[in-house]
Design a binder for this molecule. Sequence first.
Ligand code: AGP
Length: 617
Amino acid sequence: MCGIVGYVGTTSGTTALDVVMEGLARLEYRGYDSAGVALVAEGQVAAQKRAGKLVNLRQALVDAPLPASRTAIGHTRWATHGGPTDQNAHPHRGGDDGKLALIHNGIIENFHSLKTQLLADGVGFASETDTEVAAQLLAQAYAGDLTEAMRTVVNRLEGAFTLLAVHADNPGVVVGARRNSPLVVGRGEHENFLGSDVAAFIGHTRQAIELGQDQIVTITPESIDIIGFDGAPAQGKPYEVTWDAAAAEKGGHRSFMAKEIAEQPHAVADTLLGRTDESGRLVLDELRIAEEDLRRVSKITIIACGTAAYAGMVAKYAIEHWTRIPCEVELAHEFRYRDPVIDSTSLVVSISQSGETMDTLMAVKHANDLGAHTLSICNTHGSTIPRESDAVLYTHAGPEIAVASTKAFLAQITASYILGLYLAQLRGTLSEEEIAEITHELGEVPHKLSHLLDSMDRVREIARFMADSRSVLFLGRHVGFPVALEGALKLKEIAYIHAEGFAAGELKHGPIALIEPGQPVFIVVPSPSTAHGLHGKVVSNIQEIRARGARTLVIAEEGDDDVVPFADEIIRVPATPTLLAPLLTVVPLQVFACELATARGLDVDQPRNLAKSVTVE
Ligand code: AGP
């Protein structure tokens, strides 16, 4: 989720650099850990980049000013391949003549094989990034036409990318390309803009053109030319930006939480990117724990807090079923104090969006002291918990701004599934065909999420109707139980409503006493195809509470008619294998909480008493 800005204009002086720096400042909300700019001037490409926040880059530009220019690109980086350092910051140079610079948002899946070919050609690299590989390819392909060189390169790349490039021999030209990653054009008067979203140039123009999949755009101060990766002329989608600057940061959504809920298809897809090969086998080169150590693992302990802990609870069902390794989930702040049975055959997996949660960090340190192998599932490159762990499996949800975690939750579950499948593959507890089938189903989830997100109007209507609720209960069974807990947490933390999640089987052991006429209860119903008759058991639970007057809000698979007689509301989710269902069934609960809190006029993104990262015990 890097920030990208491009500019070409006719007025010389510092305009180009000013415009790009202003655009990067407007994109800061996206979260980043380094920044850089490049501009075309005096027959060269001049550039500056720094780890850390924009203030570091600004200081570097004061210490060593760049020449006046009409053509510039700028980038804020959210680290994926390679930590947040000056060398890994963008732009990256291509070739030895210093005449080309490239910036990139996304993940180039096949960069390893491309880099191997370049190294064999004697190309040297200054960074660990996939972006520098693209820059070197572009330099190799350049023969005077930057657009054609870009077209050659993008047809060799796999994955998700937005690329911008400038070349010293093409002053007044910026070339951009996109696949599975956004790029918009801003149309000005004798000047044109490019951005990862309209916030990059909304201070200058509201005339935008959204580029389509696999398109290349070449901008000059007087022209905007779009072609497909096949070279054929293409059209973008022109529109006028009606949002103000603040709304533009949220992509037109009313809150970052709403935006991040909408980004979940990408969060899952990007977390899967590059981790399976074409046959569906898991490929985890980044995992730094020896295969023989992973084969010897006798127990897995997942440690986390809050939503991350619920992601671990979901993962437990899949990991145990696929690997046949006992798997327990422990709240990190409890783990340290219960004298856990941990040794060198233990794998302790921490899950953390921020990578800075003190409770989780201290638990990881404790696990290290006890001799465990420690693995971090984390969304923030270079944060403390991955540094304290033996290995890390990064989620690629992009920066999560809202305190209430949503897209990171889905990415955490996805990464946990990837880990479980990798262990099953290593230990042979699943066949290649079974693994390929599950990775195929995982690959279908982003599309199903997009479909589900387009059908949330009724959920929002229910939320607005229930804005004055004082208590909401959530029931689930099997993998639906942690989903119920997460749904309750979302409502608690942003709408300040008493909400409680239960294992549906627990009803008769106490919670059913809470049921009184009109009590709203969400029930997460497993697929009718779920083993052990769990579906029928949950339908019986719905009958029990409905008979006592509960208002039943049922989340059920498309086509499940058994729930109809007992549901006051039915919220349909696409069919998917039981163990993967939480990636879908949690979404209506996220949307419900977000809409209800919004209807109550609350600060959805920064709820009272809470911080995005709890860095104290
Ligand atoms: C979830 O919506 C909350 N923001 C909170 O429970 C959070 O998941 C928890 O504090 C863990 O944070 P982490 O993932 O950054 O470690």
